[in-house]
Structures are given as structure tokens and as C-alpha cells.
Ligand binder design. Structure first.
Ligand SMILES: *[C@@H]1O[C@H](CO)[C@@H](O)[C@H](O)[C@H]1NC(C)=O
Ligand SMILES: *[C@@H]1O[C@H](CO)[C@@H](O)[C@H](O)[C@H]1NC(C)=O
Ligand SMILES: *[C@@H]1O[C@H](CO)[C@@H](O)[C@H](O)[C@H]1NC(C)=O
Length: 589
């Protein structure tokens, strides 16, 4: 009597084939519920995303919310989903969303379940808009097609932070046995506790971004042609609507990629961060239509990539940091024009994660607004933005180098839909002045100082190797608790270790940002304006490094700056990675 015959027959098949390794992959250990929720392959077993693990997770989450909110039954939750599906196991985002709804409804909790796919940012928007206790989005964002995920938002409209992850994890362990009604999606879909927020949220979201993120009218007759791709994800109709809300010409949609398709048939990985391969069809359409700019969302439309055709005819794909500079400049530029009162700038904030470009810091210093860094991950920026808003501050922009942008405070998370429309507005405005994005980026760097960054990683599966690499940096030259003071010819002026909580540049030597013993992260500041962070990734077997050279305004010898950064990266690899380099694999080309 199997509840899901497809996962059952997958297991029977594996048993018959004596596929021990494959079975271990499915059953060896339960997926860990972290602040990012869950992310794993769809398939049978406790290591995978399937009907049973969704029920168990939601039962735990529901109990945790019952403990946290006395009024959960009055306020309720929202559940959204993307277009992912995995026919072999019968798993899909929509199916998982209805099972999650059944769990909440069986406990008398009102559920706002979207009747159709939505972009991820619709869920945090709905939490705030309807004053709900929490939100769930079933999506694996830009992961490969067999994966799915379960992302969780708290009542403040931001992703959860610790200790909620631990609390939810514990509650999941305590509620593994499915409750009798948890499987009953048919009953749940008929329940008066179930509501469909789709129409209302659709209307309100576009109203909100029109009101809060739309900055200026663009002369229609001079608008540029723009191509948009949703990379087989959910973005298409929403980005079209966002352009309409901003009164911009709708972008040309890449026909082969505009409708949701869980097979992602035209791309190797559905990740616009991978750059050109994902954008091939977009470039072809742009060339055909005479469009000079391509906007690309990832499949759940919470991130945005942009490419621009250069005078040479080549396409330039901007890095996440370069787009952060452009969008940050544009949003400040518009804000300034709408707020000529010079005192108001004291109330204005922009945020970025600590491994992202420091260009906002340079703009803030010159223009007089506040800039703050957070740890990596939008959960930190969303929660910090909420705190600042609660204190009456204005938060207009936050970004991370992984092409995540929050262009207004209507959604306290990255939002690729509003970011696409704002990019469309910026591109159109610049075009009325015959300025390209590349030219504007140069202008920004000339005014606030060049910020040139270079990020990469090594692959390492061995935790001991990772530990020895970082411990060597903390006990440099064999001296306990002593960090390097130079790296090749580069002199180090400050060290911040967010694993141990040390910061040489603070009077009490204590780091300001939260520390985490369970992950490795050290930042070196160099006397030449360089900054380098080395960190481990929570979800992948990687040691990532992020480097940036922040030049003073007026220094525009770009060739020299690039060479200086290349040399700095070489020195870091040679002095900090080299000793264990034979145990590391380089990033694949
Ligand atoms: C809009 O642009 C066109 C062509 O560039 C120009 O002729 C027209 O006067 C502009 N309209 C406004 C209202 O600025
Ligand atoms: C626009 O800029 C390009 C190059 O930046 C220049 O070649 C062209 O003449 C300009 N067009 C106008 C109408 O000013
Ligand atoms: C140390 O902190 C001061 C004040 O916060 C700052 O001006 C300075 O640039 C910092 N130095 C380094 C090396 O980060």
C-alpha cells in the first residue's frame, strides 16, 4: 500500500539491481533543514525531495509556527511554487505545494495557496502584504532540473535566520510520522481554509513596484529595444507585466525559452550566471530584432543578468558586481532628483553582502548616505532592511554579487522581476542621452573610483584539507593566533576572521558581523586598496575567493589596475592556497 507508487517502484528497481551506492544516496541521511530551507534532488528516500519528506518537513514547520505564534490560526501562511517537475518520481513543485497546504489545513491553519506558478519574490511580498505568519516557496531556483527546494520566509517578510532553522529542524524530527490528513490534498483543496491569493497579489505587487520602484517616465518614441529570457522558468508573463506597469515597451521574449519547461531543453544549466551559453538564443533574437540589451532571469525569477551589445558587435555580459554599481547608481540618481532636500540623505541606506563589490560604499561616502555590509546570503540583507525600516529609515537598494538585487523595499529579498523593469527604465533613460550601460559604468568608476573584482574557487571534498588551509592562515609561520602581514609583495593592513570573531581593525579586536564556527571565512584588506575574502560554501564542496581592487577616484589607469589585481590573485593562490594545492581541484573551465 504505497502512497506514491512511483518512488516505491524506483526503490524496488534499485533493490533489484543491487544499486547500493544509489540507495545510499537516497537513504543514508535526512536532508538538513537550514536557513535556506531544503535543496536536494527529487526522488525516493529521506535524502531526497518527495511527498513524504515534504509532509514531514511541513509538519515540523507547522508545529514550530504553532509554538511561535499564538494567532497562527487567524493569520495563516502563503505557499507558492515554480514549474519544476520530475516525472520518474512523480515529484513536482505544484504537488509538493498542495501537500504542504494539506498539512497546514489539517491543523486548522488558513493557507493562501497560489493557483498557478509565481516568481519566488511573490511569496515574501504576500507575507508582508497580507500580514501572514510565514511563507513557503517550492523552488530550486537555478539548480539542475532534477533538484527541488523548499524556501521559508518569516512574518517579517525576510528569509529565516538562526535559530529558527534549528527549531524547525528539531520539530521535523519530532513529527516524522505523517498525520492522517497530511496526504489528503483533495480534501484540503476543498477546505474553506484554503484561499487563492493569485489575482489580488498579482494586482497589488505591480501596484507596489509601480509606486515604490518606478522612477521616471521615458519618452516612448526613444525607447530602446530589449530582449528578455526567462530560461524556461516562471518569469515571462511577470516581466512583461512589470514593463507595462512602468509604461515601457514590452521586451522581445525569446520564444523557445519563454514558457515554463521543467526539462530546460535549450540550456545545459538553467543559470544565467553561467553567462554566454545560456544567452545564445537571446543574442540571436537581439541581433534579429536590432536590440542592444538582453535581460535574463533565472527560472524562479529572483535574479537578473544583463548583457549589452558593444560597438565592436561583441556582447558584454556584466558581472553581478558591475550590475550592482549600475543599479545602485541609477536608484540613487533618481532618489536624489525626487528628494532635493539634502538632509534626507542621512536617512537613506544601501546594503550589500560582504563578498560583493564595495562600490556602494564609495558612492555612499561621496553622496552622504549610509552603506552597510552584511554576511553573505540575502537572508541577512532582508532582515537588516526590515530592522532599518522599522527604525524609520529608507532602504532603497541591496545586492549580492551572485546577481541578486532588491531594488525597493516592497519585497525584502532579491527580486528579478522588479529588477528587470528598473533595468529597462535605466537602459531606456540612458538611451535618450545616447549613453550605453558600458559607458555609464565607466562614468560611475571615474566619479567614485574603479572597482575591479575577480572571483573564483577551488573544489575540495576533504574537510581536513580545508581546515588545515585556514588554520595555517590563523597560525601563520607557525606562530599561534597570528595572521599573515603580507602576501607576496602585497602588504596586509587588516584581517577579519568571521570563523573566530577576530577583527584587527576594531579597537576591541572583535568582529562586528556575526561569526559562525561551522564555516570558514577570512577577509584580508591590503594597503593598495585590495580586499580578498576566502570562504567555504555551506552547500558545495568549494573554497571560494572574492577579490576586489578599490581604486581612489581619479585613478583611471585601468590596465594597470587590472594587472595589479591579477598579481594580487596570483599571490594569494601562491601563498595561501599553494601549500595544499595538490589536494585542490581548480574550477572547471
Ligand atoms: C520624444 O522623443 C522624440 C524623438 O526623439 C521627440 O521628437 C519628441 O519631442 C520627444 N517628446 C517629448 C515629450 O519629449
Ligand atoms: C551616439 O554615440 C555614439 C558613440 O558613443 C556616436 O557614434 C553617435 O554619433 C552618437 N549619436 C548621436 C545622435 O549623438
Ligand atoms: C579601519 O577602520 C577605519 C574606521 O572604521 C577605516 O577608516 C579604515 O579604512 C579601516 N582600515 C582598514 C585597513 O580596513
Amino acid at each position: 500500500n504505497w502512497m506514491n507508487p512511483k518512488t516505491a517502484s524506483m526503490v524496488q528497481e534499485l533493490v533489484k539491481e543491487k544499486a547500493v551506492e544509489a540507495l545510499k544516496k537516497c537513504f543514508a541521511s535526512r536532508m538538513e533543514f537550514g536557513t535556506a530551507g531544503l535543496r536536494a534532488a527529487m526522488g525516493p528516500g529521506i535524502s531526497c525531495m518527495n511527498d513524504l519528506t515534504i509532509i514531514q518537513t511541513t509538519q515540523g514547520f507547522c508545529c514550530y509556527l504553532e509554538q511561535s505564534f499564538g494567532n497562527l490560526k487567524e493569520r495563516g501562511v502563503v505557499i507558492g511554487y515554480d514549474a519544476r517537475a520530475h516525472p520518474p518520481s512523480g515529484g513536482s513543485s505544484k504537488r509538493f505545494a498542495s501537500l504542504a497546504a494539506a498539512v497546514f489545513i489539517s491543523r486548522g491553519v488558513p493557507v493562501h495557496l497560489f493557483s498557478d506558478i509565481t516568481p519566488t519574490p511573490f511569496v515574501p511580498f504576500t507575507v508582508s502584504h497580507l500580514g501572514l505568519c510565514a511563507g513557503i516557496m517550492v523552488t530550486a531556483s537555478h539548480n539542475p532540473k532534477q533538484d527541488n527546494g523548499y524556501k521559508v520566509y518569516w512574518e517579517n517578510g525576510a528569509q529565516i535566520v538562526s535559530p529558527h532553522d534549528k527549531g524547525i529542524s528539531k520539530a521535523i524530527e519530532e513529527n516524522l510520522e505523517p498525520w492522517p490528513e497530511s496526504w489528503n490534498t483533495e480534501e484540503a483543496l476543498k477546505s474553506p481554509l484554503l484561499k487563492d491569493p493569485y489575482q489580488d497579489v498579482h494586482t497589488q505587487y505591480f501596484k507596489a513596484i509601480q509606486k515604490h520602484c518606478h522612477h521616471r517616465e521615458i519618452n516612448k518614441s526613444s525607447q530602446v529595444k530589449i530582449v528578455h529570457t526567462s530560461v524556461h522558468g516562471v518569469g515571462h508573463t511577470f516581466v512583461q507585466s512589470a514593463f507595462k506597469a512602468f509604461d515601457l515597451h514590452p521586451p522581445y521574449a525569446v520564444e523557445e525559452q519563454k514558457d515554463p519547461d521543467p526539462e530546460f531543453p535549450t540550456v545545459k544549466y538553467p543559470n544565467p550566471e553561467e553567462g554566454e551559453g545560456v544567452l545564445t538564443l537571446s543574442f540571436a533574437l537581439a541581433d534579429k530584432e536590432g536590440a542592444s540589451v538582453v535581460l535574463a532571469n533565472d527560472p524562479d525569477a529572483d535574479r537578473l543578468a544583463i548583457a549589452e551589445k558593444q560597438e565592436s558587435g561583441q556582447w558584454r555580459v556584466f558581472s553581478g558586481n558591475e550590475l550592482g554599481a549600475l543599479l545602485g547608481w541609477w536608484i540613487f540618481h533618481c532618489w536624489r532628483q525626487q528628494n532635493p532636500d539634502t538632509a534626507a540623505v542621512k536617512n537613506l541606506y544601501m546594503l550589500s553582502s560582504t563578498v560583493s563589490s564595495k562600490i556602494l560604499r564609495a558612492i555612499a561616502l561621496k553622496e552622504g548616505f549610509h552603506f552597510e555590509e552584511t554576511l553573505t546570503g540575502f537572508k541577512w540583507m532582508g532582515n537588516r532592511a526590515r530592522d532599518l525600516l522599522d527604525q524609520g529609515k529608507t532602504v532603497v537598494f541591496a545586492f549580492e554579487e551572485a546577481i541578486g538585487y532588491m531594488c525597493c523595499s516592497a519585497v525584502l529579498d532579491k527580486d528579478g522581476v522588479s529588477a528587470a523593469a528598473i533595468a529597462g527604465e535605466m537602459v531606456s533613460y540612458l538611451a535618450t542621452k545616447n549613453i550605453s550601460l558600458s559607458q555609464q559604468l565607466t562614468t560611475i568608476y571615474e566619479e567614485y573610483g574603479y572597482h575591479i573584482s575577480k572571483n573564483s574557487y577551488f573544489i575540495c571534498h576533504d574537510q581536513d584539507v580545508i581546515r588545515s588551509l585556514f588554520d595555517r592562515l590563523r597560525n601563520y609561520g607557525g606562530q599561534k593566533d597570528s595572521y599573515p602581514t603580507e602576501c607576496g609583495r602585497f602588504s596586509i593592513s587588516a584581517v577579519r576572521d568571521l570563523t573566530t570573531g577576530y577583527d584587527s581593525n576594531q579597537t576591541d579586536k572583535k568582529a562586528v558581523l556575526p561569526t559562525s564556527r561551522s564555516s570558514q571565512m577570512i577577509t584580508f584588506t591590503f594597503s593598495n586598496g585590495g580586499v580578498a575574502t576566502m570562504r567555504t560554501s555551506g552547500t558545495e564542496p568549494k573554497i571560494k575567493y572574492y577579490t576586489e581592487l578599490c581604486a581612489a577616484p581619479g585613478n583611471s589607469d585601468v590596465t594597470h589596475l587590472k594587472k595589479e589585481l591579477d598579481d594580487l590573485v596570483d599571490a594569494i593562490v601562491e601563498n595561501f592556497f599553494e601549500p595544499v594545492k595538490n589536494k585542490l581541484q581548480p574550477k572547471p573551465e
